[in-house]
Design a protein around this ligand. Structure first.
Ligand code: DGL
Length: 262
């Protein structure tokens, strides 16, 4: 596999772009392919089998486009599908992601951490195992957030409706005394500016995009697959309405680019 081959990144929708921007920042020589499965969003309310099937289809597509590595830029797809994809492609550099329980448990001073994530992530065995392993004495309060993903998909990052929805999810966590909030879904970092207005400055907001980019760097280094550039422009596909994604790209990423139908 050539080191200048692209890295394939995918999510249930545009949320994984919050991971893609971290990859770009850390690894500017890497060419990137991105699939938004927006025709099937949200994954958070779907069965694990459904998500596995979608993940297989998208992984095959990205590998067919010549990807040298894959990033599941989606917590929900990771809990459902990463094990199967690792089995299917044992030698492929593959990075999944999970809510940042370990760094949050290290950061909290109140001993109370809130997790904002999808229903699928929070009810998974993988998430339960993550808590067992890393929460220690810290009390972790989970908050599923139906509807937030749709706000980000629509590019509604600061509308009154998005603000009210987010306020309803965050206020109970603050009332319990959480001083650290984990953004356990890749769509949510796009709501950080709004979230910052809703929570005191003393509350830490933690997400995993940068850690995923570092893990990708480690795997590519290990396989001697780091690109020496220059990177090709990122290529985008959407299984939803490509035109809608084209419209939100400048808002989410500062990119003007063509989006193809997937
Ligand atoms: N962005 C995804 C995640 O990180 C899931 C959103 C969804 O489709 O429900 O969990």
């Amino acid at each position: 596999m050539a080191s200048n081959a692209p890295v394939g990144v995918f999510d249930s929708g545009v949320g994984g772009l919050s991971v893609l921007r971290e990859i770009r920042q850390l690894l500017p020589h890497e060419s990137l392919l991105y699939v938004a499965d927006s025709g099937h969003v949200p994954y958070g309310e779907k069965s694990a089998e459904y998500i596995r099937e979608r993940s297989r289809t998208i992984a095959e597509f990205l590998l067919g486009q010549g990807a040298k590595a894959l990033v599941l830029a989606c917590n929900t797809a990771t809990v459902a599908a990463v094990a199967e994809l690792r089995e299917r492609y044992p030698t492929l550099p593959l990075v999944g992601m999970e809510p940042a329980v370990k760094p949050a448990a290290a950061a909290t001073r109140s001993g109370l951490v809130g997790v904002l994530a999808t229903t699928g992530t929070l009810k998974s065995a993988k998430f339960a195992a993550l808590l067992d392993r890393f929460a220690g004495d810290v009390r972790v309060i989970t908050q599923p957030c139906p509807g937030l993903v749709e706000c980000v998909e629509a590019g509604e990052l600061d509308s009154a409706a998005t603000r009210e929805l987010l306020r309803g999810y965050v206020e109970p966590l603050l009332a319990e005394g959480c001083d650290t909030l984990i953004l356990g879904c890749t769509h949510y970092p796009f709501l950080k500016p709004l979230l910052r207005e809703l929570v005191p400055a003393s509350v830490s907001l933690i997400d995993t995009g940068a850690a995923v980019a570092r893990q990708l760097q480690r795997l590519l280094e290990r396989e001697q697959l780091l690109a020496d550039g220059p990177a090709e422009p990122t290529r985008y596909w959407s299984s939803g309405e490509p035109e809608r994604m084209r419209r939100v790209l400048p808002l989410l990423l500062g990119d003007e680019a063509e989006v193809r139908a997937f």
